[in-house]
Design a protein around this ligand. Structure first.
Ligand SMILES: *[C@@H]1O[C@H](CO)[C@@H](O)[C@H](O)[C@H]1NC(C)=O
Ligand SMILES: *[C@@H]1O[C@H](CO)[C@@H](O)[C@H](O)[C@H]1NC(C)=O
Ligand SMILES: *[C@@H]1O[C@H](CO)[C@@H](O)[C@H](O)[C@H]1NC(C)=O
Ligand SMILES: *[C@@H]1O[C@H](CO)[C@@H](O)[C@H](O)[C@H]1NC(C)=O
Ligand SMILES: *[C@@H]1O[C@H](CO)[C@@H](O)[C@H](O)[C@H]1NC(C)=O
Length: 276
């Protein structure tokens, strides 16, 4: 090998920043699906062992425990019972973990949803449960129930159209299917959960998928990770056209090996190759 070629080769190798293959690493990670029990999810979700945070929206982190998928929204944990459709998702049904065992959880918290990300589907309505109520209650009731050890009074009430605790010690607003009206039905409706639609940029992701990329998130924006690309893009470029074989160029060095998993955006590494 002559010295000029060696010089060119070294120049190319030393100038080749590792950062250029990061989106490719992201492409590979974001090709993985989150799988847990019956739940399969990809963009806009992330979480589990397989999908790092750059694969989905910050508010859509899933966790898997005992084959059950969970999502935490505003400090409250929900079981994720369905994600529809399984690819390119835009809806999910979730149920409060703390109401799985009945109407009397240990700690009580309101259901609050980030309205920039979630829209409650038609057919589900907020309902307020009142805890620690007096035995005489001067309003129309939908249902009553009793709890042990939650408050000094065990009487719990479900009253249509209220939002605060009124004369009771505490209140919690939950979301249930509109058809639930008796205490038993409300208990079941809480286990069944409610459906939300996700406000995500699916047009941007579809464009990316159509170009054979993988969708992800960078700076709160939907981006596209592509094989062989040096930056995240809106969509992947078409594959390069074949170069006519008649033009003879010095052989290019082989591409650098894939980035180590721990590499991050600020890192710049050198690779040494045996040239002769
Ligand atoms: C998972 O299973 C373990 C052991 O059976 C149990 O202690 C734990 O509470 C379970 N977690 C959930 C979220 O159900
Ligand atoms: C709860 O409901 C039962 C039967 O529906 C009724 O007899 C009872 O008076 C109710 N309790 C309260 C505190 O409203
Ligand atoms: C739930 O929200 C209502 C209305 O904003 C509030 O009055 C109530 O105290 C909240 N409950 C809890 C447990 O924070
Ligand atoms: C992304 O959006 C979330 C919620 O809208 C916000 O809390 C966060 O600060 C944003 N992050 C960046 C880097 O803009
Ligand atoms: C990225 O690199 C910087 C500086 O080398 C380091 O402080 C940081 O912990 C690294 N982050 C990750 C996620 O490896």
């Amino acid at each position: 090998m002559d010295y000029f070629l060696l010089f060119v080769l070294l120049l190319v190798i030393f100038e080749y920043p590792l950062t250029s293959s990061t989106p490719e690493l992201y492409y590979r990670s974001c090709s993985n699906q989150f799988r847990c029990g019956k739940i399969v999810a990809d963009f806009p979700f992330w979480g589990g062992e397989q999908r790092p945070s750059y694969c989905g929206y910050p508010g859509l982190k899933l966790q898997c425990e005992n084959d059950t998928a969970f999502i935490k929204i505003d400090g409250v944990r929900y079981r994720v019972l369905a994600i529809d459709p399984p690819y390119n998702h835009n809806k999910m049904r979730i149920a409060r973990e703390d109401y799985e065992g009945g109407l009397c959880p240990r700690n009580i918290q309101n259901t609050t949803l980030d309205t920039t990300l979630f829209v409650i589907s038609l057919g589900y309505i907020p309902l307020t449960l009142l805890y620690g109520c007096p035995s005489f209650f001067p309003f129309d009731l939908l249902a009553n129930f009793s709890c042990n050890n939650v408050f000094h009074s065990s009487i719990g009430l479900i009253v249509p159209g209220v939002t605060g605790p009124l004369v009771c010690s505490a209140s919690v607003t939950v979301l249930v299917h509109i058809s639930a009206s008796t205490g038993k039905e409300i208990e079941q409706a809480l286990k069944y959960g409610f459906e939300v639609e996700l406000k995500v940029d699916d047009k941007a992701c579809q464009k990316c998928l159509d170009s054979k990329g993988k969708c992800g998130i960078d700076n709160n924006q939907t981006v596209c990770y592509c094989l062989g690309s040096s930056t995240s893009l809106a969509e992947c470029p078409p594959p390069p056209a074949n170069v006519p074989a008649t033009i003879s160029l010095p052989a290019l060095p082989p591409p650098p090996p894939p980035a180590p998993a721990a590499a991050n955006k600020s890192g710049k590494y050198l690779y040494f190759k045996v040239l002769l």
